[in-house]
Design a protein around this ligand. Sequence first.
Ligand code: SAH
Length: 248
Amino acid sequence: LKPRRHDILRGKLYIVGLGPGRIEDMTFSAQRVLKDSDVVIGYSAYMSMIRNQLCERTEVITTEMVKVVERADMAVREAMKGRIVSIISSGDSGIYGMAGPVFQTIEELNADIDVEVIPGMTAMSVAAAVLGAPLMQDVAVISLDRLVPLYIILKRVDLAGQGDFVIALYNPKSKTRTDYLEQATEILLKYHSPDTPVGIVKDAGREGEEKNITTLGKLKDADVDMFCIVIIGNTKTYVKNGKMITPM
Ligand code: SAH
């Protein structure tokens, strides 16, 4: 079928998850849509990762100091011009990535464009592979992000502890949120022994990857920053030969 004229003019916006950083961990779909794009928008750190994937004619817009919402706004407006646009996220674009802000912006601007979410390998999966097999039972994924009020974050941590979920903590620490992790740890110690295994992976699947398997009791003193993901075991999780394992 020949595309209708309307389809030719209609802009297309891809919301692309790049995975942790290596090209071989990026999906073929992500690689294909990046090649097809007229414009690619995202942080320069991620852009340098994918620069070789782009065509020479591709316009690159790096958005260093720009807030998430403004970046989404830029991407939607580019697509509204009838262009093919990719906006990139690390990991999975649908997990604490650009997908949410982009859909919200499309609604706000009432934008008549096509949108496609291209998922990627999320930090939790990459870190789990580094640690062993910690995610074998049910998992609660929680971000200690400041966009959500602290009492809600801590309530979710509490309920995940009560439910004996394995917990994956994204955004565990930043310069301004140094004590959320400590508070979360205190709550979990109500339900779990201090010996509960905890895996910390920094820059999972990237250059300089580091892993540390410690315990809930020692988590307060562990080295954790915003490039880390923290996986807290449940009451069944154990460590054997340096691997963190949650039995099925
Ligand atoms: N969309 C991303 C998450 C973005 S939120 C994804 O699906 O992975 C940013 C947080 O994700 C960081 O603070 C960190 O906790 C985690 N993160 C992302 N990539 C990571 C990596 N390669 N190694 C460890 N943690 C990572």
